[in-house]
Design a protein around this ligand. Structure first.
Ligand code: SF4
Ligand code: SF4
Length: 446
């Protein structure tokens, strides 16, 4: 007998339309009330045969009992388990930075004592970090990320050179997340190595950008960063320009996109611009895209053609997580580490697994220097999946959610091993409808 799958989620996207999301198979259909009525019916087999066939083929109607469905889903996930062995590594060369951005998610580290802040990885740290990368994941084929603080401080040139040469000797590639202030001075060095991409941040034209992203002397950084983007692109190094915005700056975005077009960045083979709302240290963690936006800001982003595409690119992490607006979807078994797991190695020899905890030793999951030692936090992070947290195991949102933000829940409840359902609520009420509206506006409905 056919019944509604326990993984069938119905989301209103307009007065008459619904999205039907199967959170296990990843199928998403758009339809009207009659599909909903079939799903809610006590006897679907008596309903419109063609619609029933579509719903059954996409897994919205099933002959399995709820319990059989859970067992089947977890059997499939266990054999597939994409998470635990797929690590990417981030080297924090130093926490020091030559800028002070208003919203820096690491701003708390600038309150630490000068020696701690300005400390850099030694060559011994770098050697050990490469050893640890090999031990923890010899098969890792994702680029090594260089991060900070600011990784491209010219005073640390020899360290950057050492890291790049060491990586290149092992055929590694790199992604560098830099503020771009001194990046130009590194270009001859970067050109000799496999740099997958460099990411910089520009928050708008000078009146907006320079008020938010200041150098240490309090002056703006717009001109230097723009010059670095151009210089990197001239050397055929791929640059991603991330534009961070919030409620106070969202309406300035079109003028920045005009500027990007005039610069030739819009059609450049080497520069891409994407928009991403400011977030971090908030309920829902890194996926909470709306914590600093109002509803009318989202309407603006959907309706304003000049910013829509770049916003769509910035929404890629959520699109991948929800399986909407992407070619393939991978079910989540964890919240933020599914694609793949992140391991941050800092200049003090500590290891972290969450961006929002960097530099706070209470949250370190171990040390890689002088020797690799992993603590109970590491094992809790590894353990924290939808397989192990009871409420998640039987939750219909588990495979789009993954258990919620561990760091937030640790703050609220003092343990990593509890779920946080913020994301799934936002997914139903905000993200799916928003993505669908953008797809309609872009005319990319499948
Ligand atoms: S955190 Fe909540 S919504 Fe997410 S999978 Fe667990 S129980 Fe479900
Ligand atoms: S646990 Fe994940 S989502 Fe939450 S703050 Fe840390 S990295 Fe972000």
């Amino acid at each position: 007998m056919l019944t509604r799958s326990r993984y069938a989620v119905v989301i209103p996207v307009s007065d008459e339309d619904y999205l039907f999301v199967n959170t296990f198979t990843g199928h998403i259909l758009q339809g009207k009330n009659h599909l909903k009525e079939i799903l809610d019916s006590e006897n679907p087999e008596a309903c419109d045969a063609e619609a029933v066939k579509i719903l059954q083929e996409s897994g919205f109607l099933t002959t399995m009992s709820p319990r059989e469905e859970i067992i089947h889903a977890y059997d499939c996930l266990t054999s597939f388990n994409p998470v635990q062995d797929n690590l990417f590594f981030v080297l924090i060369l130093t926490y020091a930075c030559n800028m002070r951005c208003d919203y820096c998610f690491e701003s708390y580290v600038f309150e630490r004592e000068k020696n701690w802040l300005e400390n850099t990885m030694s060559f011994d740290h770098v050697d050990k970090a490469f050893e640890i990368m090999e031990t923890m994941n010899p098969e890792a084929d994702t680029p090594i990320h260089l991060f900070g603080g600011e990784p491209l401080l010219y005073r640390n040139y020899d360290l950057v050179k050492y890291v790049l040469e060491k990586g290149s000797s092992q055929e590694k590639s790199f992604i560098i997340v830099t503020n771009g202030l001194e990046a130009k001075r590194f270009i001859p060095l970067l050109s000799q190595h496999d740099i997958t991409s460099v990411q910089v941040t520009l928050d708008g034209l000078p009146p907006v950008h320079d008020s938010r992203k200041k150098k240490l002397d309090g002056t703006g950084s717009f001109q230097e960063i723009v010059a670095s983007v151009d210089a990197l692109a001239d050397e055929k190094i791929r640059v991603y320009v991330r534009v961070v915005f919030d409620h106070s700056t969202v309406r300035d975005l079109p003028s920045f996109m005009d500027f990007a077009e005039e610069k030739g960045w819009k059609n450049s083979a080497y520069v891409s611009v994407f928009l991403t709302p400011q977030r971090h240290h908030t309920e829902g963690g890194c996926f909470n895209f709306v914590c600093n936006l109002h509803e009318e800001d989202l309407d603006f982003l959907v309706e304003e053609e000049s910013v829509r595409d770049a916003f769509w690119v910035g929404l890629e992490p959520i699109r991948k997580k929800l399986g909407l607006g992407v070619d393939t979807w991978i079910p989540c078994t964890t919240y933020c580490r599914q694609n793949p797991s992140q391991v941050w190695l800092d200049p003090h020899g500590d290891i972290y697994m969450c961006t929002d905890t960097l530099g706070d030793r209470e949250h370190a999951v171990g040390r890689y220097y002088p020797e690799l030692v992993l603590n109970r936090h590491y094992h809790q992070w590894k353990e924290r999946t939808i397989f192990t947290m009871n409420p998640c195991h039987s939750c219909k949102y588990a495979m789009i959610c993954g258990g919620g933000c561990a760091h937030y829940v640790y703050h609220e409840k003092g343990t990593l091993l509890r779920p946080d359902c913020t994301f799934s609520k936002q997914a139903r009420t905000i993200y799916y409808p928003l993505l669908w509206r953008i797809m309609e506006a872009k005319k990319v409905i499948p």
